[in-house]
Design a protein around this ligand. Sequence first.
Ligand SMILES: Nc1nc2c(ncn2[C@@H]2O[C@H](COP(=O)(O)OP(=O)(O)OP(=O)(O)O)[C@@H](O)[C@H]2O)c(=O)[nH]1
Ligand SMILES: [Mg+2]
Length: 243
Amino acid sequence: MTRITVILPTYNEVENLTQITTELWSLSFSDLNIVIVDDGSPDGTGELAEQISARNPGKMDVIHRQKKLGLGSAYIAGFKFAFQQNAEIIVQMDSDFSHSPSYLPGFLEHITRNELVIGSRYIEGGSLDDRWGMGRKLLSRFGNSYARAILKLPIHDCTGGFRVWRNDVLEKMPLEVIRSEGYVFQIEMVFVAHRLGFKIIESPIYFEDRRSGQSKMTLRIQLEAAFRVWQILYLHRGLEALI
Ligand SMILES: Nc1nc2c(ncn2[C@@H]2O[C@H](COP(=O)(O)OP(=O)(O)OP(=O)(O)O)[C@@H](O)[C@H]2O)c(=O)[nH]1
Ligand SMILES: [Mg+2]
């Protein structure tokens, strides 16, 4: 029996939370624990999470943070919590159904032979929802090629946040040197993992647009990410020396 912890960061996901937790628990894993990291969502996601947790004793924990502090530190808080729970496998995914829980059994098979599995939109078999406008599609694709080229990463989807880690590997990541707060956190994590020599595999996913709720993506966030890629390169320039 593999002990799995799924970390779901939430900000205003009240319309998605019940369904996503139900779908995760209906997968054929007997020991799947969920950790919600909610940043004081004004729509009441944090309160709903408490109710779901109370109805499912021992299966869900909720970390409440005062305000929207960003995806990066939300995941790091979730990871540290999962380490204490002695999880064997740690999953990170969005709570808005862009990352379908149905891929998890396949990812869990891959993780037996790898150290990090990335759900990928940009390898053969992967795809993006047509509801994403051409502009957003191009920007995402360009952002990935840009990061891949500058950071010399052999990964096609380095901004996506659907990932499965082996706990013992994630524990070796120097989380204290990870600086990114926003979406660029995903790029920074995969860059550090690659530099440390972890065995990474991409597995194709169909990325559905969020089922409900409002998008938080803006052009400003994407431009900031483009700049931050250079910072990541500089910040971790000496990393190979650590191994
Ligand atoms: N705890 C926390 N969660 C966040 C924060 N920002 C985003 N999230 C959550 O992180 C996941 C990914 O964020 P999204 O807003 O869906 O970002 P996206 O998928 O790039 O864009 P859209 O789906 O179009 O909004 C979702 O589950 C969000 O609720 C944050 O600052 N704190
Ligand atoms: Mg989303």
